[in-house]
Design a protein around this ligand. Structure first.
Ligand code: NAD
Length: 476
C-alpha cells in the first residue's frame, strides 16, 4: 500500500529501527499512521556531508552526456513506477490520484529537461586587448548543495532541485518534508536504480530546524535551495549569509487575480473555479486574492460559489474525489482563523466556511465576499481552499490592490484587451504573470518570485545556472 521509508546516505537506504528516533507519517484523509519515518542522527548528517563532498569531484568531472543518461534512466523508472508512486503520494499528502499522476509526470519531465539542458553548459571565448591574450568564461558546478522541500508537492519540488543540481555536476543532500517523505524516498530509489554513483544524492529527515542549521553551517555545502514559507526562508537566508553561500528561495505567494470587464467570462470561470481548488489550494502559485470588475462581480460570485459547493470531497484514493483533505491538521486550524477574521469584519460566506466531516483534515471549498484589503484573506497567504472576492471599478485600482502585499510570486488576469494585458503584464509586481492562463510552472520556463516571495529561479535555463559558478580564465 505505502512504501518502506528510509534515509539514503552514500548509496545506502537506512530504514527505521529499534533505538532510532522516528516519527509517524499520517494519512491526512483518515488520521491513520502509514509508517514510521527514521530521523538522521547528527553523525549521519555528517556522513551525508562527507559522502556529498567525496562524490563531488568525480561527478563534476563526469561527462554531461553520462550525467544526462542517468537522469533520463531515472525519468523512465519514474514513469514505469507511476501507479505505485501516485498511490504513495496520495496516501501521504491527500491530493486526488489524477493530480498525483500529473505531479509525477511533471517530475519525470523535469528530470528529462535537466538531462537535456545539462548537455548545453557552454562557456565563451572573449578576445583580449593585447595580441595573444584570450579570456575564457567557464561555468563550473558550485559544489555540494543542500535542498529543503515542503509537503504540498512532495515529488515535483524535490525533483526540481535534485535534477538541477545533478545535471549541473553538483552533489546534493535533500531534506524533504517529514509529513510526505515516501515520494522523496521513491525519487532516490529511481536515481539509485538508474545508476547514480553513491554519494551524489542523499536524503535525510529529522527536526527541520536542527537539520537545516547543521547542513547550512557545514563548510562542505556551497549552495542552499529552499521552498517553503517566507518566515522560514528568512531564517535560512541568515544562516546561509554566515557562510556567504548562494541560495535560491521559493517562498510564499499570495497571487492576485484580476478579472476585467472584457474577460472571456466562461474561460475565466472554468479556469479559476478549477485552478483555485487544485491540491485544496495548497499551492504557492494558487490564485488567492480575487479582484473582479464591478460589472461582473455578482454573476461571478454566484457561479463560482455554485461550482465550489458542488465539488466532491473525499480521500484522494477514491476515484470520484475532486478535492482531497488538507495536508495536516495545522492547515484546518489556519483556515478556521481566516474565516473567523472574515466574519468579524462583516464578510459574507457564500459557501463552505467550515471543516467538512469529523475524520481527516477536510475543509469545505469556501467563497467569501464583502471584505476590504485589511482582512487576513487579502493581507496574508491562506494556502487553502478559500476564495475571497472583491469588486473593482478601474484597472489602476485593481493593479494597486494586486501590489498591496509583500508577496510577489505569481499573478493572473483575464482580459481580451491588448492594452489591459500590457498594463497588467508590466504593472503587476510578481515573478510570474499568467494572462488568460494559470500555467506558470513548466520544466522549460523559469519559476520564481520577487519581493518577499524570494529570489532565484528553478526550471528553464535559469534553473541550471543556479547551480553553476561563472569563472573567468585569462590566457596570456
Ligand atoms: P512551516 O513554515 O512551518 O513549514 C514549511 C516547510 O518548511 C515545511 O516543509 C517544514 O518542514 C519546513 N521547515 C520548517 N522549519 C524549517 C527549518 N528551520 N529549516 C528547514 N525547513 C523548515 O509552515 P507549514 O505550517 O508547514 O506551512 C504553512 C505555510 O508554509 C503556508 O501558509 C505557506 O505559506 C508556506 N508553504 C509554502 C510552500 C511553497 O510552496 N512555497 C509550501 C508549503 C508551505
Amino acid at each position: 500500500m505505502y512504501c518502506e521509508l528510509a534515509l539514503y546516505i552514500d548509496g545506502r537506504f537506512i530504514p527505521a529501527g529499534p533505538g532510532r528516533m522516528s516519527e509517524p507519517v499520517l494519512n491526512p484523509a483518515t488520521g491513520d499512521t502509514l509508517a514510521e519515518l527514521p530521523h538522521a542522527t547528527a553523525a549521519e548528517l555528517d556522513e551525508a556531508l562527507a559522502a556529498a563532498q567525496r562524490a563531488f569531484p568525480a561527478w563534476a568531472a563526469t561527462s554531461p552526456l553520462e550525467r544526462s543518461n542517468i537522469l533520463r534512466r531515472a525519468a523512465i523508472l519514474l514513469r514505469e513506477r507511476m501507479g505505485d508512486h501516485a498511490r504513495i503520494l496520495t496516501l501521504e499528502q491527500g491530493k486526488p490520484l489524477a493530480e498525483s499522476r500529473g505531479e509525477l509526470t511533471h517530475s519525470a519531465e523535469l528530470l528529462e529537461w535537466y538531462a537535456e539542458e545539462g548537455r548545453r553548459i557552454y562557456g565563451r571565448v572573449v578576445a583580449g586587448r593585447a595580441p595573444g591574450l584570450e579570456h575564457v568564461v567557464l561555468h563550473e558546478p558550485v559544489g555540494p548543495c543542500a535542498a529543503f522541500t515542503p509537503w504540498n508537492f512532495p515529488s515535483l519540488t524535490p525533483a526540481r532541485k535534485v535534477a538541477g543540481a545533478l545535471a549541473a555536476g553538483c552533489t546534493v543532500i535533500l531534506k524533504a518534508a517529514e509529513e510526505t517523505p515516501g515520494t522523496a524516498v521513491e525519487l532516490m530509489r529511481a536515481l539509485h536504480d538508474a545508476g547514480l554513483p553513491k554519494g551524489c544524492a542523499q536524503l535525510v529527515f529529522g527536526n527541520p530546524a536542527e537539520v537545516s542549521a547543521h547542513l547550512i553551517a557545514a563548510p562542505a555545502i556551497r549552495k542552499i535551495s529552499f521552498t517553503g514559507s517566507t518566515a522560514v526562508g528568512k531564517h535560512l537566508m541568515k544562516l546561509a549569509a554566515d557562510g556567504v553561500k548562494r541560495s535560491t528561495m521559493e517562498l510564499g505567494g499570495n497571487a492576485p487575480v484580476i478579472v476585467c470587464a472584457d474577460a472571456d467570462y466562461d474561460l475565466a470561470m472554468a479556469t479559476l473555479a478549477a485552478g483555485k481548488f487544485r491540491n485544496a489550494g495548497q499551492v504557492c502559485v494558487s490564485p488567492a486574492r480575487f479582484f473582479v470588475h464591478e460589472s461582473l462581480v455578482d454573476r461571478f460570485v454566484r457561479d463560482v460559489a455554485a461550482r465550489a459547493g458542488a465539488l466532491k470531497l473525499g480521500a484522494g484514493t477514491d476515484a470520484d474525489t475532486q478535492m482531497g483533505p488538507l495536508a495536516n491538521a495545522r492547515r484546518v486550524e489556519a483556515m478556521e482563523r481566516f474565516v473567523a477574521d472574515a466574519q468579524t469584519r462583516g464578510g459574507t460566506v457564500l459557501t463552505g466556511g467550515a471543516r467538512h466531516g469529523n475524520v481527516g483534515n477536510f475543509f469545505a471549498p469556501t467563497v467569501v465576499t464583502g471584505l476590504d484589503q485589511d482582512a487576513l484573506l487579502f493581507s496574508d497567504e491562506c494556502f487553502g481552499p478559500i476564495m475571497p472576492v472583491q469588486p473593482f471599478a478601474s484597472l489602476d485600482e485593481a493593479i494597486e490592490g494586486a501590489n498591496a502585499v509583500e508577496a510577489g510570486l505569481a499573478g493572473y488576469a483575464f482580459t481580451t484587451g491588448l492594452s489591459n494585458a500590457h498594463r497588467i503584464m508590466h504593472g503587476v509586481q510578481t515573478g510570474m504573470i499568467g494572462i488568460n492562463s494559470l500555467t506558470v510552472s513548466t520544466p522549460e520556463t523559469p519559476f520564481g518570485g520577487i519581493k518577499e516571495s524570494g529570489y532565484g529561479s528553478e526550471g528553464g535555463l535559469e534553473g541550471l545556472q543556479a547551480y553553476l559558478n561563472t569563472k573567468l580564465a585569462t590566457l596570456g
